[in-house]
Structures are given as structure tokens and as C-alpha cells.
Design a protein around this ligand. Structure first.
Ligand code: DQA
Length: 145
């Protein structure tokens, strides 16, 4: 059975309450629930992990190597400056799909850069919670190939 890890970085545990005009009203658990249902349909095992801490995210990325087939990753603010997280993504064999709820390219200049994008399989952003669902569809499609 194929295995997918959904990894979320800092402040995403506050979805629903956090700047709803940007990030919407749905909680991270709501999004996870939707992903779980879709993964079940597609007969994929899906696991979820969120941390506000850089080192804990790096540990999770390293542990995911040779365990998961894909990682769907919203690194949140770390996207824009964490070379350590980028290096962790580059160090593993598992393809990583970068996701963002908001369109980082339409926002403040400091959000336009992703240090993770060059080592990710691809990036999906700006679709709200559908960014996660679209990433999962891509995974399902790629697993069938
Ligand atoms: C985010 C965008 C980041 O710039 C921001 O720091 C986040 C969330 C998004 O999902 O839109 O925390 O990754």
C-alpha cells in the first residue's frame, strides 16, 4: 500500500482562527479529514504531522525517507528562509510536493521566494485548502503511472 505523509509547519495548527481572510475558516483537522477520505477511496495510507519547530520538521523529513512514497509539505514561513529544511528535502529520496493555501507570489515580496521549490517535485499554491487536495490528486495520479 502506497504511503503519503502530509507535513505542516509553523502556525498551521491555528488554521481556522488565524487570519481567516487569507487562510480561510477551515481548521487543519478539517483539511486532514478531507484528505483522509480521499486517500481511503484511493487505497493509500496517509499520515499527518504538524510542528512549529524547525528541527522537529527536519527529523520528520529524515524519518520519512524510505518509508513514504510522497510527502505533501506546507513548510509555512520556513518556506522562505530555512536552508536547513531545504537541505533535508534535498537529502531524501522521497518526492516532495510543496503546497500553500495562499498565493505566495501575490503577497509580500519576502513570500515570493521559496527555498524549497528548487528541490521539490512541484509547487501548488493559492487554491486554499484545494492546494492540499490538488497535491493529493497529483500523488494518486503519479502512483497509478
Ligand atoms: C503559507 C504561506 C506562508 O508565507 C506563511 O508563512 C504561512 C502559510 C500558506 O499556506 O499560504 O504560514 O505557507
Amino acid at each position: 500500500m502506497a504511503k503519503v505523509l502530509v507535513l505542516n509547519g509553523p502556525n498551521l495548527n491555528m488554521l481556522g482562527a488565524r487570519e481567516p481572510e487569507i487562510y480561510g475558516n477551515r481548521t487543519l483537522s478539517d483539511i486532514h479529514e478531507r484528505m483522509k477520505n480521499r486517500a481511503k477511496e484511493a487505497r493509500i495510507r496517509i499520515d499527518f504531522f504538524q510542528s512549529n519547530h524547525e528541527g522537529i520538521l527536519i527529523d520528520a523529513i529524515q524519518k520519512a525517507n524510505h518509508v513514504y512514497d510522497f510527502i505533501i509539505f506546507n513548510a509555512a514561513a520556513f518556506t522562505h528562509y530555512s536552508i536547513a529544511i531545504r537541505d533535508a528535502v534535498a537529502a531524501i529520496d522521497v518526492p516532495v510536493i510543496e503546497v500553500h493555501i495562499s498565493n505566495i507570489h501575490q503577497r509580500e515580496e519576502f513570500r515570493h521566494t521559496s527555498v524549497i521549490a528548487p528541490v521539490a517535485l512541484g509547487q501548488i499554491c493559492g487554491l486554499g485548502e484545494e492546494s492540499y487536495m490538488a497535491a493529493l490528486e497529483a500523488v494518486i495520479y503519479k502512483l497509478k503511472q
